[in-house]
Write a protein that binds this ligand. Structure first.
Ligand code: XMP
Length: 586
């Protein structure tokens, strides 16, 4: 591989690798190095990009750069914290702002700097910062601002030093791609030397090198990542040297085990085994209602099953190494949701697996890729799109969609609707909330969605609003019932989920949503103790999400069929964006 033309200097930002990836997507080879990499090691680069990061430049111990990078010939683009570092190093002032600026802002570009030439008036950019530039360093000029941020972009009048407060690398910045392209091609004069389609050959080469003469076994889930990682190893080493194991936790969706079996057959797997572990998972979850306890119990149980398999005589001799579908976001400790982090740690970094890592007995071919790149690689490998375009499904499975209640309680009348005293998880700022939901009597609509958004802002006792789609009982006759993670309730949820999935696939609605969790809520009466909550959302990366409203006729058909499921008394529709509600209820 030739030398990269661009190096992203990592100042601790969760988007650092995203920047490198966006540069590669534009056809330019980029790598990522620590922010304080000595200038001498970066001398040949056409450009450097200093990433954002959570620190403040004026704080002790915050990430630094080698100041010499600002006086050599490579162009430098600072992003967010990268802007602050440049200002700080070159004699300007950075201060903590009275208010942060998070989310979309409208950029007023002043003049026609080549970096921003693609931007029309009032272009949207995505901001996430508290510190701000109070005065720019000598020799610089402001090239863009927003109503609340005087220095949204600055450039040196003579040298190729540029910096932006907003994040051109995230999709929410309208012309982010054009801004990065302008930096690469107008300012750094990069050439196109990176073809994303060239990835498979080098990955296979890497797999063969790491494996040597050893064989690879995989714990697969049927999800996109482990399937693509498995296929890469299968291609690199041949089917005789790959073993796949799928652990059936009993917490999966209807038909999943058969689906996975068929998937691996179609991939050309020779050795594939399904480990039935439903009973032990249900036992471990008995009597639990707290979401984090459930996750913990599932993680622990997974560890036990994996270790049992790893310690079976078949894999004990040194001729086997473990393959995993870990992708880049899984390796970011601070990124993703805290819960995803927890379960991922359980799955991919448990004690037994940690030992294999230390012994050099692990192979993870996808650790530098993001989900959409993994999908592209899968497509190039010829994996059918029905396997690649599956919606994300959480590691703990239906367990976190089956809400539990230890006691019976009444729904409480409120001015705006009914308070359901079953708590679900929400997120605001960086904090988790765990609060009841409010039930509106009106059906889902654009108006109801507006009301819901207003109510979650106004009422501090709730973090979620649902609206009633259909029910067998009047709301005043419904109550919170006692319910745990039992085989009966999981079966009920599985049936409901299957009904929803079938309608979505038949109508094509599944292509209009990013994910569609179906939740079982212990609300009903002694006869039919549960309700079903529909939660179709749109998202880009799972970090934020918007409610998607369904066509009324589809919703009605779906609801009618859901009410026929034994034990279901009502169908609700979740009207809560993320934030303040998380995508999953737990
Ligand atoms: P939340 O509910 O935090 O979900 O808005 C964001 C994305 O992460 C998935 N999710 C999980 N995935 N283990 C996982 O592997 C988990 O414990 C977990 N919790 C949530 C969720 O389905 C959504 O795509």
């Amino acid at each position: 591989m030739s030398e990269p033309q661009i190096t992203v200097l990592d100042a601790g930002g969760q988007y650092c690798h995203l920047i490198a990836r966006k540069v590669r997507e534009l056809g330019v080879y980029a790598d990522v190095r620590p922010s304080d990499t000595p200038a001498s090691e970066l001398a040949g680069r056409k450009g450097l990009i200093i990433s954002g990061g959570p620190s403040s430049v004026y704080e002790e111990g915050s990430p630094k750069i080698d100041p010499a990078i600002l006086s050599q010939s490579s162009a430098v683009l600072g992003i967010c914290y990268g802007l602050h570092l440049m200002v700080h190093e070159l004699g300007g002032v950075v201060r903590r702002g009275a208010l942060g600026e998070y989310g979309l802002a409208v950029l007023n570009s002043t003049g026609s700097h080549p970096l921003l030439s693609a931007l029309g008036p009032g272009s949207q950019v995505w901001m996430s910062h508290r510190d701000r530039v109070e005065s720019i360093p000598p020799g610089f000029e402001i090239i863009a601002s927003t109503d609340t941020c005087a220095v949204a972009a600055m450039a040196h009048k003579e040298k190729p030093l540029l910096a932006v407060q907003f994040h051109p690398e995230v999709v929410h910045t309208e012309h982010g791609r054009e801004i990065l392209a302008a930096f690469l091609f107008e300012i750094c004069r990069c050439e196109r030397d990176w073809d994303p389609a060239d990835r498979i050959g080098p990955i296979e080469e890497h797999v063969r090198k790491v494996a040597g003469s050893r064989n690879v076994f995989f714990f697969v889930s049927g999800g996109v990542d482990s399937t693509v990682a498995y296929s890469l190893c299968l291609r690199a080493l041949g089917p005789d040297r790959i073993y796949g194991i799928y652990v059936d936790t009993g917490l999966m969706r209807e038909g999943e085990t058969e689906f996975v079996r068929e998937l691996f057959q179609s991939l050309g797997a020779k050795a594939f085994r399904i480990e039935a572990a439903e009973a032990e998972f249900l036992k471990a979850l008995e009597g639990m209602s707290d979401p984090e306890m459930k996750r913990h119990a599932i993680g622990e149980q997974f560890v036990r099953v994996q270790e049992r398999i790893l310690n079976s005589s078949q894999f004990l001799d040194g001729s086997w190494i473990l393959g995993q579908g870990t992708i880049y976001p899984d390796t970011i400790e601070s990124g993703g949701t805290a819960k995803a982090d927890l379960i991922k740690t359980h799955h991919n970094r448990v004690a037994g697996i940690q030992k294999l890592i230390e012994e050099g007995r692990i192979i993870e071919p996808l650790t530098s890729f993001y989900k959409d790149e993994v999908r592209e690689i899968g497509k190039e490998l010829g994996i059918p799109s029905r396997f690649l375009q599956r919606h994300p499904f959480p590691g703990p499975g239906l367990a976190i969609r089956c809400l539990c209640s230890e006691s019976v309680a009444v729904l409480e009348r409120r001015l705006q609707g009914w308070l359901i005293p079953v708590r679900s998880v929400g997120v605001q700022g960086d904090s988790r909330s765990y609060r009841p939901a409010l039930l509106l009597e009106e059906p889902p609509s654009i108006e109801a969605l507006k009301t819901a958004t207003r109510l979650t802002n106004e009422l501090s006792e709730i973090n979620r609003v649902v609206s009633k789609v259909a029910s067998r009982l009047d709301i005043e006759h419904m109550e919170v019932t006692r319910g745990f993670l039992t085989s009966d309730r999981l079966t009920r949820l599985r049936l409901a989920d299957a009904v929803v999935r079938r309608h979505c696939e038949e109508s094509g609605f599944d292509t209009q949503v990013w994910q569609f969790p179906v939740v079982l809520l212990p609300v009903g009466d002694g006869h039919a103790p549960d309700s079903v909550v529909l939660r179709p959302i749109h998202s880009v990366d799972g970090m934020t999400a918007q409610v998607v409203l369904m066509p009324a006729d589809l919703l009605q058909k779906m609801a009618n069929e859901l009410l026929e499921i034994e034990g279901v008394s009502a169908v609700f529709y979740d009207l809560t964006h993320k934030p303040p509600g998380t995508i999953e209820w737990e």
